[in-house]
Design a protein around this ligand. Structure first.
Ligand code: HEM
Length: 417
């Protein structure tokens, strides 16, 4: 009869000692365990964070998913004008689970951009760009530009009709830059119209950028951990009671939102894989046939709308790029000493009108608006810039003064003084 051998207490003790010494050995050379303890377990977070503070974690998880699915897609993709479209068809039909990988990658990109916009809006609403978090804001904006470049490059890769003509729109926009435009477009694209070289360059850009984004996310989070998180009240916690450790409180909260977001992703990928794609892109690229309605993905529509509203191409390009670049100046444009829009009614109202203006610009981009709606679009564009150049710097002068709470433990909503 076989006897079940019980580990003797001495063996147990020895194992513990070995384990302890291994972690100690690593810790003495690279203090990773104490770093994890300090930065992700005991890390003090303001105790009043709401759901808007979970989107950074969701972005990180979706980014990892995008990289994982992207690497597998790249294994079967052919980056040439001849073979790209056919290789996408092969991934969809013949590569085992290829349809799933592509579906997750495409739905993931939409979800990623949606959460990115929400994350930026949170920053604008709660004044998270203000002193001392300017570097968190700037690193975030670099991420935004990199993500947009990556998403655009990715859209070109299937080499369908929309891919080809979207690349063409960009060539034309760059060509409109006085003096250097033509040469620059030719140099960037490897020709005067999208071609094999263009596709190859976009593929390299898409692949490399994805990994660079991971590096910049790391810098973004390091910057944030140095100055710590802002919160809905926009006042800094002063006592230990005003904070909660990251683990378990915010780990649990982030986990719930991550699971719900992944469910949304699965819903999109399995049930509505074509909801957000343009059917025109299932036709191979044809340089001789311009599609009736060239429109980019939804997340670029407002910027494309601006291009269409302005009859002078170069001015359109400046205003379209400027609508993004102006975000870099926000920490200086905002002169109010109050961070959170909760205590700034005028600014809050303006932010909501800005949101409506952004949607109108998107509608213009989607439907190539004519007549009266063009003027509504121009009004929206005017308001967009007015918000940043007039309301942000001057609204605090006209705003009703509100008394800020003294502590995060106060539950007032900004009593009028
Ligand atoms: C790849 C994209 C991005 C990732 C993975 C990412 C990740 C994160 C994470 C994990 C946090 C901490 C949790 C949270 O506050 O939600 C955070 C905070 C922050 N992010 Fe991002 N982020 C990204 C893009 C951006 C962009 C585009 C901006 C703004 C332009 C931005 C601005 C900020 C700011 C200001 C904070 C601090 C917020 C506060 O404490 O109030 N991030 N980000």
């Amino acid at each position: 009869m076989s006897q079940t051998s019980k580990p003797c207490p001495d063996q147990d003790k020895q194992k513990k000692i070995n384990k302890k010494t291994i972690s100690q050995w690593i810790e003495e050379r690279l203090p990773v365990f104490s770093m994890i303890q300090r930065e992700y377990i005991r890390f003090p977070m303001p105790r009043n964070l709401n759901i808007w503070w979970t989107f950074g974690a969701v972005l990180t998880v979706v980014l990892v998913l995008m990289l994982a699915t992207g690497i597998f897609l790249a294994m079967s993709y052919t980056p040439s004008a001849e073979g790209a479209f056919a290789s996408i068809e092969m991934i969809e039909r013949r590569v085992p689970s290829g349809w799933l990988l592509r579906s997750l990658h495409m739905a993931g990109s939409n979800l990623f951009l949606a959460f990115l916009y929400l994350h930026i809006f949170r920053g604008l609403y709660y004044g998270s760009y203000k002193n001392p978090r300017e570097l968190v804001w700037f690193s975030g904006l670099f991420l935004m530009l990199m993500v947009m470049m990556t998403a655009f490059a990715g859209y070109i890769l299937p080499w369908g009709q929309m891919s080809y003509w979207a690349a063409n729109v960009v060539i034309q926009a760059i060509s409109s830059i006085p003096w250097i435009g033509e040469g620059l477009a030719h140099w960037l694209m490897g020709g005067s119209s999208p071609n094999d070289l263009t596709l190859h360059r976009y593929f390299v850009l898409h692949f490399v950028m994805a990994f660079l984004i991971i590096g910049v996310v790391f810098i973004h989070v390091v910057c944030l951990h140095f100055v710590k998180s802002n919160n809905p009240k926009g006042i800094e916690p002063k006592t230990k009671e005003e904070t909660l450790p990251f683990y378990p409180y915010y780990v649990a909260k982030d986990a719930v939102v991550i699971v719900v977001s992944l469910l949304l992703l699965i819903l999109l990928a399995f049930l509505f894989p074509d909801l957000l794609t343009n059917s025109e892109n299932y036709t191979p690229a044809n340089p001789l046939e311009t599609p009736a309605n060239i429109a980019p993905e939804w997340y670029f529509l407002p910027f494309y709308g601006i291009l269409q509203l302005i009859p002078f191409k170069f001015l359109g390009l400046v205003l379209s790029a400027g609508s993004l670049l102006i975000l870099f100046a926000v920490p200086w444009l905002d002169r109010s000493s109050i961070k959170s829009a909760t205590y700034r009614p005028l600014y809050r109202l303006s932010l909501f009108i800005l949101l409506i203006a952004f949607v109108i610009l998107g509608i213009v981009g989607k439907y190539h608006t004519h007549g009266g709606l063009i003027w509504l679009g121009r009004l929206a564009l005017l308001y967009y810039y007015l918000h940043f150049l007039m309301i942000l710097p001057f609204s605090h002068r006209f705003e009703l003064k509100r008394t800020l709470p003294v502590s995060l433990l106060d539950d007032d909503k900004g009593a009028k003084s």
